[in-house]
Write a protein that binds this ligand. Structure first.
Ligand code: PLP
Length: 326
């Protein structure tokens, strides 16, 4: 069965649903970053989005599209953190009951926030259990609607609204770096970029330890890997989505990878130079731009910071574990 792929119109429709609900996050510039990369860099700060990450956009868009019967029955999702918070907060706003599967070792700040939004949490083993099967089984048993973290037209269309806002604010770009796990943010961003900045090079960035999308992109078919071990807990996906991959194949120019040490270097840069706390996964885009600095000279580039959810104890532990210079 051919997949029904969402289009830029779906991103525009999502933006309408999110109006007055999601934050229009700031686009920041830093002269030390511009000097360092000898480029004009525009940073879209989804670390300042509601619940601390872009995931609110896709989660809310998907839940807002449910009919009354679906809303009454409730939703189920699985996530190591940010999608959990996104679905939990959206469900609270729309008064929909939510059940979320979260790994036992999920970041404490993310667990606490999800509980705080009133969702029912069920724990699972991230390295041993298939969360997607657990969630779909519960959905069919109890008549709930399953809200996947990335591989869903309404989720990825919602995620695309961050890039939509970026292009509307700064105009066309030469290149856009996007943090990449299962590809919801990247595919949504690509839909926005192709409509508003057609010549923009779109680069997805994933952790080197989990380069399943890079492998898939090169091979032209989806490659599944073991759950990668990386500090980028928002990008520990073993395989890119079916729908997101179709869009990525068609619209994305390249997939880059970065190491955990490079992520921490970017966390340090954001904290010291731009006064922002960014979670490791949210630093994928900057870390890749720093690696690609030769090719960025004189260009106008966009970076999407995907999220900022990390507790300070973990933040300072990473600074100690990965001492490095700016
Ligand atoms: C989920 C998440 C990602 C990856 O997004 P995908 O849509 O799965 O590619 C990146 N960064 C953060 C902070 C996330 O929460």
């Amino acid at each position: 069965m051919p997949l029904a792929l969402p289009t830029f119109d779906d991103v525009l429709a999502a933006a309408k649903r999110l109006e007055g609900v999601a934050h229009k996050t700031p686009v920041m510039q830093s002269s030390s970053l511009n000097e360092k990369l000898q480029a004009k860099i525009y940073v879209k700060c989804e670390n300042f989005q509601r619940m601390g990450a872009f995931k609110f956009r896709g989660g809310f868009n998907a839940l807002a599209k449910l009919n009354d019967a679906q809303r009454r029955a409730g939703v189920v999702a699985y996530s190591s953190g940010n999608h959990a918070q996104a679905v939990a907060l959206s469900a609270r706003i729309l008064q929909i009951p939510a059940t979320i599967f979260m790994p036992h070792d999920a970041a404490p700040a993310k667990l606490a926030a999800t509980k705080g939004y009133g969702a029912t949490i069920i724990g699972y083993d991230r390295y041993g259990e298939d969360a997607s099967s657990l969630a779909t089984a519960l959905a069919s048993q109890n008549g709930l609607t399953f809200i996947p973290p990335f591989d869903h037209p309404d989720v990825l269309s919602g995620q695309g609204t961050a890039a939509l806002e970026l292009f509307k604010e700064v105009g066309e770009l030469d290149v856009l770096f996007v943090c990449l796990g299962g590809g919801g943010l990247l595919s949504g961003s690509a839909l926005a970029a192709k409509a508003l900045s057609p010549s923009c090079q779109i680069v997805g960035v994933e952790p080197e330890a989990g380069n399943d999308v890079q492998q898939s992109f090169r091979r032209g078919e989806r490659v599944k890997i073991a759950t990668p071990v990386t500090i980028a807990d928002g990008a520990q996906t073993p395989m890119v989505g079916a729908i997101t991959f179709e869009i990525i194949k068609a619209l994305v120019n390249d997939i880059h990878t970065v190491t955990d040490a490079q992520l921490v270097q970017s966390m340090r840069f954001y904290a010291e130079r731009m006064k922002m706390i960014v979670e490791p996964t949210g630093c994928l885009s900057l870390a890749a731009a720093m690696q690609a600095s030769e090719s960025l000279k004189g260009k106008k580039a966009g970076l999407i910071i995907s999220g900022g959810n990390i507790d300070l104890a973990r933040f300072s532990q990473l600074m100690t574990d990965y001492p490095c210079e700016l």
